[in-house]
Design a protein around this ligand. Structure first.
Ligand code: ZN
Length: 113
């Protein structure tokens, strides 16, 4: 005997628990220090610009080598990270890196001016 056709149609779907996506690695935003899925954060890496200085860039493809700093695509987190010099610490760089690429990226994402 098969029960394939005996599925009772429920009028009310099973209540969905308010769950977050939990799959995937979790990282900490260097701006607000909240833990977040890595897929929801930007990975920022430092690249040498050839003048003995570093520039921050967003690792959009997720394949740049080296240390990464994780950041919400949010200007508030970006500014908080700057204030706390979090990129320097996270990326083990000294001095003031060129941050324009990351600033532009975040502002493009958020639509901020
Ligand atoms: Zn954040």
């Amino acid at each position: 005997m098969t029960v394939d056709c005996a599925v009772i149609q429920r009028e009310t779907p099973a209540p969905e628990r308010p769950h977050r996506r939990t799959e995937g690695p979790v990282r900490t935003c260097v701006g607000c220090r909240k833990r977040e899925l890595a897929v929801d954060l930007l990975r920022v890496v430092a690249v040498s610009n050839g003048n003995g200085h570093c520039a921050l860039t967003v690792d959009q493809a997720g394949n740049l080598p080296g240390r990464g700093a994780w950041l919400h695509p949010d200007d508030r987190c970006l500014q908080a990270a700057f204030r706390r010099r979090a990129f320097g610490r996270a990326l083990r760089i000294t001095g003031s890196p060129d941050t324009s690429a990351v600033v532009e990226y975040v502002r493009a994402q958020t639509g901020a001016d």
